[in-house]
Design a protein around this ligand. Structure first.
Ligand code: 13P
Length: 237
């Protein structure tokens, strides 16, 4: 089973910096991949997608978000129709940074999932509890999942990225045993849905080695921009 490695570049690079990364770093990262063992999906900013998808059309690209409507007067939003035109294959939805800084609700996330599925783009649903929600983790994950799952039919693949908010960018990660228990809970909540579960939050080589046997892949932030670190993670999966 291939490991799905999704690189979320967030808003870390300018257009020029991102293009330079793609030209200079991507070829050696690409060489590290085994096409039977890994699927690497890079999610740059929207502004880089036309460049990236046209120049590296043999690679798989993702978006960090999408609008909740197909078209219309929604200033600043980017339509799934544009993502589809660019042959974007995956799109993150419900990232904790969208929930926190843009007030995204589970309801909005469900609308995005429905639209993406309609246009055959894989939604990658990000879920996870904040530090003060650890004691009520079960109910948080349950609410995040149950409010979005109705968008998925039994034929759709649910890609879930479990990203504890307290782990993102902090260097803190769950223990292997805690993660195993949380993944069991997520699987239980997913019921009969076909699914892949990724882990995200401060993943470096050591965590990739430790968690790889339990997960279907990783959602990478900081380390996805450090090509040497990214290669080590790829080789650890
Ligand atoms: P870090 O890997 O920087 O903790 O970010 C994780 C993340 O938010 C990926 O979506």
């Amino acid at each position: 089973m291939k490991k799905l490695l999704i690189a979320n570049w967030k808003m870390q690079l300018s257009h020029e910096e991102a293009c330079t990364w793609l030209e200079k770093e991507l070829p050696s990262v690409h060489e590290t991949l085994s096409f039977t063992e890994h699927e690497l999906v890079i999610c740059p900013s929207f502004t880089e997608l036309p460049y990236a998808t046209s120049l590296f059309e043999h690679l798989v690209w993702g978006a960090q978000d999408c609008g909740a409507e197909e078209k219309g007067a929604y200033t600043g939003d980017v339509s799934v129709l544009s993502l589809k035109d660019l042959e974007v294959r995956y799109t993150l939805i419900g990232h904790s940074e969208r929930r926190r800084y843009h007030g995204e609700t589970n309801e909005l996330v469900r609308k995005k999932a429905t639209l993406l599925l309609k246009h055959h783009i894989h939604p990658v649903l990000c879920i996870g509890e904040a530090a003060d929600q650890i004691p009520i983790r079960r109910s948080i994950l349950q609410e995040q999942l149950e409010s979005v799952l109705p968008a998925f039919t039994s034929d759709d693949l649910c890609i879930i990225a479990y990203e504890p908010v307290w782990s993102i960018g902090s260097g803190k990660v769950p223990s292997q045993e805690d993660l195993r228990i949380i993944l069991e809970l997520i699987r239980e909540l997913l019921g009969d849905h076909k699914h892949l579960i990724l882990y995200g939050g401060s993943v470096q080589e050591a965590q990739a080695k430790l968690f790889s046997p339990f997960v279907d892949g990783f959602l990478l932030g900081t380390s996805s921009l450090k090509s040497e670190e990214l290669k080590k993670i790829i080789l650890s999966c």
